[in-house]
Write a protein that binds this ligand. Structure first.
Ligand code: NI
Length: 125
């Protein structure tokens, strides 16, 4: 994902919405919440990043955490009911919820970029 400069990160598109940096930090925090819920654990103590490098690291670390959680998930954990940021969901529903949350906010982040004349990086599969 391409990030804008700090000046843009301080400008919400619409005052009730999050500015871009808050938006990206929100994605990271919810990633941690969903992926901790998959293992019925609490998320780690999360940082309160302010700078662009800190926010980028927070997001990257959240994906690394989720990658590790998903790598080791068991069939029983996929079938169990978990308390998630959405509601009580089984493991499959939880992962779908995490994906939908991420895709939803990625779309919003891309809108920020386009409004400022930038383009998001292509998806890498
Ligand atoms: Ni959200």
């Amino acid at each position: 994902m391409i990030f804008l400069g700090r000046d843009v990160m301080a400008e919400p598109l619409d005052p009730p919405t999050m500015e871009l940096g808050e938006h990206v930090a929100h994605i990271a925090a919810i990633n941690y919440s969903f992926c901790a819920a998959l293992k019925d654990t609490k998320p780690p103590t999360l940082p309160d990043p302010k700078s662009k490098p800190e926010i980028v690291k927070f997001l990257a670390d959240s994906f690394d955490c989720c990658t590790e959680q998903i790598k080791t998930v068991t069939e029983a954990q996929m079938n169990a009911i978990h308390s998630t940021p959405d509601r009580r969901l089984n493991g499959r529903e939880l992962l779908l919820g995490a994906y939908v949350h991420l895709a939803h906010h990625r779309g919003q982040a891309e809108t920020y970029l386009r409004i400022k004349g930038n383009q998001a990086a292509a998806y890498v599969f």
